[in-house]
Design a protein around this ligand. Sequence first.
Ligand code: PMP
Length: 339
Amino acid sequence: MKYCKSIIEAIGNTPMVKLNHVTQGIKGTVLAKVEYFNPGHSMKDRMALKMIEDAEKDGSLKPGGTIIEGTSGNTGMGLALVAIAKGYKCIFTVNDKQSQEKINILRAVGAEVIVCPTNVAPDDPRSYYSVAQKLNREIPNSFYPNQYDNLSNTQAHYETTGPEIWEQTAGKITHYAAGVGTGGSMCGVAKFLKEQNPGVTTIGIDSFGSVFKKYKETGIFDENEIYPYMTEGIGEDILPKNVNFDLIDLFVKVTDKDAAVMTRKLAREEGIFVGWSSGAAIYGALEYAKEHLKEEDVMVIILPDHGTRYLNKIYNDDWMKNHGFVEERVYATAKDIIL
Ligand code: PMP
């Protein structure tokens, strides 16, 4: 018999899929690492497992404990699955920018979810960072993984995602691109790949409204760079410890609209049904690839999560139209078909 002893063993070893249509006119091979094949439908399962196992080892998480985290949903899902397999409770704080689907999913897997306002400063007591920290202080036997500054996050990708990519490309990878939120998936993979071949170029994808690109280019934390945007999971108004700027060669910024339109193209032209930040990663990486990729180059782009979590947003024509992201509705509706 061949089976996983618990859902935990189903984490990792995700497939890599060649992009054949959205890459027209681009030289070289462009491969997508499709992370929705993880059991929680995102790459965050990997770091959730690592953060919990490292906390068990160093004694900060004890049997029967409560895991408290500020999470945009995917980390929560990963933590919730691992917590179920290992017998912990979960409380998550999320910001009100997140899809209702993501919040519903977390509640479905038994977590308590507290929704906090998005447009307040990180040190405001109402922010989802502050609320998570307060609960951690107040609840006995609780553990606050803090995915932003917990280096087990980067380490998870250094130990699993990086080696998988190296093996799947038989060491031929020349370019790696990923959206940067906490920085774990970018920097863990980048560290591993650059150790194998220092010539690998790493491209961080950032949002307009986030501080990363400007900080990389000037060393200045510019508050003017911070303004509201919608793409979920990438860009930040803080500098997380998991972002190691030395491992990221350059950043490309992508608008909410370009990311959303590309995400829909991936579904329709490649059959890869992914989340909004995946469209951002592909759009930004291909902008770079158009100018720089050569015939023999191999670019790998990480696609963090699954499209179902965005059905009421970017996959909804009316929503897209209301936000000015498309001119006209594109998808056929049940009504169109009956007529
Ligand atoms: N996309 C999505 C949908 C995410 O949830 C995250 C995690 N914040 C990212 C991209 C960015 O990944 P990382 O935190 O590893 O930088």
